[in-house]
Ligand binder design. Structure first.
Ligand code: BTN
Length: 333
């Protein structure tokens, strides 16, 4: 099933009307008269709205009443009421897809798709960093965002780090808890992975043509089941789920908040104002100050993580030698 935030106008009109009149029962005839669609069309839309996870009570002779919203990340729910200017103004939703990242990449060249988001309830071929698989069952937030950035190509490495900071702001605001940031762009809770970011960039000469940011958030997932599947893979250090933290935020609210925070950070990057991003990331980082180890093509590097530079590179000090790491998986020792 695929839905977008703008095409299904009949369904959206019925849904909006039910939402704005949710203290009373509305008869099929009333809905048909007000919305100027046939009673059969009203009935079909009601069935579809129910199938999408909304609860609609129906009483003989009285009609329909919407009692609860859907828990799904439906595109119109994300777009309506969002406070951004560009990000998430249009959304596509898949109940199941191989990878939202692959789908977004197919659409990324078109300048009309700037800010468009692709969201899936589950991914069958989710991609993680370093060509690892990303286990994406129902209950998580699997999302890709298409961007056509103005920022200089040299900032590209800072972008996913900045995006992880944006997600951390959103979680702080909506869930009242503060995840830690593990270099380069993981969010963790109690040392376990809560979320990760993946960036695919398309370049032309020395310019970024388009960029797709993929975000995976373990929102309400079974950590044991994911853990079982990933136990023996590289860079696995445990999985955390946001709902274990007993907060009441909905997935839609979290996505809306994240897109708003990301847009603010994206504007800073476009204006080349990176200092605040680096200092705020550092404040929340669990990596800086730690003994770390990383495998590189030139062998293992071990030492103290001292800071990230203006490009997001991690500086590791071993005795007097400082190594600048641009990418890779670090282990906190
Ligand atoms: C990581 O390895 O930490 C990055 C994980 C990124 C996963 C997200 S889920 C949405 C998007 N679609 C994908 O296939 N991957 C990214």
């Amino acid at each position: 099933m695929i839905y977008n935030s703008f095409d299904d106008t009949g369904l959206l009109r019925v849904l909006t009307f039910l939402k704005t009149h949710n203290t009373e029962y509305l008869s099929g005839q009333d809905l048909s008269d007000v919305l100027r669609i046939s009673r059969v069309a009203v009935w079909k839309h009601i069935k579809k709205i129910q199938a999408l996870g909304y609860t609609i009570e129906s009483k003989q002779k009285e009609g329909y009443k919407l009692t609860t919203n859907s828990n799904l990340l439906l595109p119109w729910e994300i777009v309506s009421g969002i406070k951004t200017k560009i990000l998430g103004q249009q959304a596509y939703y898949f109940d199941s897809i191989d990878s939202t990242q692959n789908q977004a990449l197919k659409m990324a060249d078109d300048s009309k798709n700037d800010g468009v988001i692709i969201i899936a309830e589950e991914q069958t071929g989710g991609r993680g960093r370093s060509d690892r698989r990303w286990i994406s069952p129902k209950g998580g937030i699997w999302l890709s965002i298409i961007l056509h950035p103005k920022f200089d190509i040299s900032i590209t490495t800072l972008f996913p780090i900045a995006s992880s900071l944006a997600l951390s702001y959103a979680i702080e605001k909506t869930c009242g808890m503060s995840p830690s940031l593990k270099w380069p762009n993981d969010l963790t809770v109690n040392g376990k992975k809560l979320a990760g970011m993946l960036v695919d960039v398309s370049m032309q000469s020395n310019r970024i043509e388009s960029l797709v940011l993929g975000v995976g958030i373990n929102f309400n997932v079974n950590v044991k089941e994911i853990g079982k599947k990933l136990k023996n893979t590289s860079n696995y250090y445990g999985i955390a789920s946001l709902t274990e933290q007993k907060n009441k935020v909905t997935a839609v609210e979290l996505v809306q908040s994240f897109l708003l925070e990301l847009e603010k950070i994206y504007e800073l990057l476009n204006m080349n104002q990176t200092k605040k991003i680096i200092s705020e990331w550092t404040k929340r980082s669990s990596t800086i100050g730690k003994k770390v180890e990383i495998d590189t093509v030139n062998g293992k590097i071990k030492g103290e993580a001292i800071k990230i530079d203006e490009y997001g590179r991690l500086l590791i000090r071993n005795k007097e030698k400082i190594s600048k790491i641009i990418a890779g998986d670090i282990v906190h020792l």
